[in-house]
Design a binder for this molecule. Structure first.
Ligand code: PMP
Length: 423
């Protein structure tokens, strides 16, 4: 049952107007009308702890982001074929956060567009078409990326140029070699079919695969295997990027690898649609010699203002450090749930990007995960679940999450666990 007539009406109108391709979160969808920091408020004024939104990385409706957007919107917003200093100032600052090898950045509006552009560059520069992604990955919404996003749950990609590899499992020191073995075998298979490799494209924290972060460095052998096969390495930082992993701004940095291209989006504008693809200059020299790129809205003055404010706040409020500190605190508390609840099999992640894997008698407990996500929602704490068995609770709050919020989240999760699976 939905909570009230107004929610029911909205669901019916959505179905009627937007059609059947969308999915809402939760058995009782939430209607949010306002956000502030880590809190979301429904139409009745009740508040929900947001432990899921990586987009609002500096907190919902951060006044400095709102002000930056409003001020620039009142002065000028236009397409991106005029000179404007703001995007260059931002590009300088953003590029300074990358290893020196990454020297250019191109702006888009969405993570999908950033990945789509990275694919175009990879295909232009390698002369190949073959791409490897992980088995339950998500990389975007365009036609080219839907084929590379098996987590959409569509039939497995049938395109000849796509190969799926299992996500890196938690296997200690062997993790990197096992993963690289799959990558090597997939490139070999591709070549046997006459397909030239173009890219290895991974989310550097394997979010929709179920969150795999450890041990740091495990990506390095796979990146080496990609390069040995003549492919480029594209780090999809749309989810892990901008400090969430708690050590650096970028998930790939934990692995000691330097990507050929890096894509980013979601948290970049704290909700304003701005995204980007950063690359080694030699690649864009080649791409630029053969192609052109124009994105009407990508990197417009309002987007630059929003993104600049976000970077300022991440730095000035010490949010990378907070992701590390509060993330470690939260992880320890979640880990303590293992001794109290058989269902909780493993807690993993980095910074404020955590996965809690649920298993019942050794098997993925997807039904229980869904029940927990809904029980938490009923208690006004918002999270979701991921992974091939949908049995990994995905916890990914705004980076302004404090220890008091972590306590509330864990205590509510404890209650919800007791509710669905009484001790
Ligand atoms: N890559 C990853 C890892 C993502 O999670 C997403 C969005 N969920 C995208 C790319 C696509 O980004 P967008 O929705 O902004 O197009």
């Amino acid at each position: 049952p939905v909570e009230n007539a107004s929610t029911q009406d909205l669901i019916a109108r959505r179905n009627r107007l937007l059609g059947p391709a969308y999915r809402l979160f939760y058995e009782q969808p939430v209607q949010i009308v306002r956000g502030d920091g880590v809190w979301l408020y429904d139409q009745a004024g009740d508040r929900y702890l947001d432990a899921y939104n990586n987009v609002a990385c500096v907190g919902h409706c951060h006044p400095r982001v709102v002000e930056a957007i409003a001020r620039q919107a009142a002065e000028l917003n236009t397409h991106t074929r005029y000179l404007h200093e703001s995007i260059l100032n931002y590009a300088e600052r953003l590029l300074a956060t990358f290893p020196a090898e990454i020297g250019h950045v191109m702006f888009t509006c969405t993570g999908s567009e950033a990945n789509d552009l990275a694919l175009r560059v990879a295909r232009t520069c390698t002369g190949g078409t073959g791409v490897i992604v992980t088995r339950t990955s998500y990389h975007g919404v365009t036609g080219a990326l839907a084929e590379l996003s098996p987590s959409l749950g569509l039939p497995e990609p049938t395109a000849a140029h796509v190969r799926l590899v299992p996500a890196p499992q938690s296997a200690g020191d062997a993790t990197g070699e096992i993963f690289a073995g799959h990558v090597r075998a997939a490139f070999d298979d591709m070549k046997r079919s006459g397909i030239r490799p173009a890219a290895l494209l991974v989310d550097t924290i394997f979010s929709s695969d179920g969150v795999f972060a450890d041990p740091p460095g495990f990506l390095a052998p796979a990146v080496e295997a990609a390069r040995a096969a003549g492919a480029l390495f594209i780090a999809d930082e749309v989810q892990p990027g901008f400090g969430r992993c708690g050590e650096s701004l970028w998930g790939f940095a934990r692995h000691g690898v330097i990507p050929d291209m890096v894509t980013m989006g979601k948290p970049m504008g704290n909700g304003h649609p701005v995204a980007a693809m950063a690359a080694r200059p030699a690649l864009l020299r080649e791409f630029g010699a053969r192609s052109r790129y124009f994105n009407t809205f990508g990197g417009n003055p309002v987007s630059a203002a929003a993104a600049t404010a976000v970077l300022d706040i991440i730095e000035q409020e010490g949010l990378v450090e907070n992701a590390k500190r509060t993330g470690a605190y939260l992880r320890e508390k979640l880990d303590a749930l293992r001794s109290r609840h058989d269902l909780v099999a493993e807690v993993r992640g980095a910074g404020l990007f955590l996965g809690v894997e649920l298993r019942r008698n050794g098997a993925p407990a997807g039904k229980e995960a869904a029940a927990l996500v809904n029980a938490l929602r009923a208690r006004h704490v918002l999270i979701s679940a991921a992974g091939p068995g949908a049995n990994v609770l995905k916890i990914r709050p705004p980076l302004v999450f404090g220890t008091e919020h972590a306590d509330l989240l864990v205590e509510t999760l404890n209650q919800a666990l007791l509710q669905i699976s009484p001790a």
